[in-house]
Design a protein around this ligand. Sequence first.
Ligand code: GAP
Length: 468
Amino acid sequence: MFGFGKSPEKNTSMEKLVSLCKRRGFVFPGSEMYGGFVGIYDYGPYGVELANNIKAAWWKAMVQEETNIVGLDSAIVTHPRVWEASGHVGGFSDPLVECKKCHTRSRADHLLEEIGVSADEKMTVTELGALFLEHREKLLCPKCGEKHFGEVRQFNLLVKSNLGNFADDWTKEPVYLRGETCQGIYLNFKNVLDSTRVKVPFGIAQIGKAFRNEIAPRQYIFRKREFEQMEMQMFARPSAEMETYERWRAKRWQYYLDLGFKEAHLKWHEHEHLVFYAKAAWDIEYKFPFGFKELEGIHARGDYDLTQHQEYSGKDLTYFDPTTNERYLPHIVETSVGLDRTFLAVLTEFYDEDELGGEKRVVLRFPKQLAPIKAAVFPLLKNKPELVSKALEVFDHLKKEMRCEFDDNGNIGKRYRRQDEIGTPHCITIDFETLEGNQKDTVTVRDRDTGEQKRVAISDLPTVIMGS
Ligand code: GAP
């Protein structure tokens, strides 16, 4: 159903992730009650917490901990000329082939890659068409299995809208939902320079939605039509572009290690077919259940973007560098990662199955920083009002400091399993010893990963939970 690839072993673990996400409220298929809507997904109660934590971790690393990067939240809809200047109206397309029998549309480069032929969307239609012809005997429609395809042709990915256009035939002058968030950054380059104390080199970071008419959205939330990007554009002195680029390549690699990813699950991929203005383009690939695939792109884009917007808008975007007394268009180093792909990578990385106390369990070993719920508070028994009221008191106190959950439903073992499956690092149980005796005002804190329990004073809970 989701087209996860052919390896049975990989299929299994992707199926498990998808099922966990649905069962535990991380991800729901978009418009599910109407039969779903291809390429669209909703984040459920735990999904939105995880997504927010991923965004916060990125923002912390890219804005808070940097001295020369500032944030931005630009509009999703821009003046339509923006997308002409950026080259998207003319050239933001993917190679499409249509099955002559069932009319399923597929990405030509993806079909070639699946049979082991090196291809990507940066190749020309002629190049891809020739490869398609050469390998036509092995290329099968993923839906009906036939091998009769039409011509390879380019399909523009920009999503059109009639916002602000009240004409009957608005398609003649559409506006576009942004295909990438970075264009909003280029548009505000001068505003940021004029309104803050930044000087080149400096960066602008932004998190936000992007939209693409993906021909074949696949692999769950890996390739969506509405998705979110976390992008940073560094504006550098032209002569410093490549040094800046290498520094950011190293920093972005380290970012994933700091998040807790195993280095063996990451891989560099250098683009073979560069767009004409790019000096370098490398992807960080992650080992998803369906194989190593692009997680983040890091690009040295030269002065292409500012040159284009300068030309199309007629506004001067040059920068006067007081340190060198030169005037120039800064060169851009971009880091661009999808929130949804990070979400899937995080789930893949921290999903585990083990046995604890003789029982099999599924556990998400999220680092504390990413865990949707930091602590769950339980009264030992639901039918003892004194335990319930003390547990509610602890919960009311803790919820001011962190995202936590109160649960008095089912036996303690079941409650632990539920929290393990959503990756809660700590479960706090209020028992009879909490109420009186020499352990009064202490609770048990159970560690998600080891199952070990220790007694902790209620007053120490915030430190124990957030500090360990
Ligand atoms: N501004 C550069 C840019 O947009 P890109 O390689 O097209 O470059 C950057 O996209 C990142 O955005 C990708 O590495 C990926 O993580 C994410 N991304 C792109 N298309 C996506 C889609 N259809 N669904 C989910 N994430 C996507």
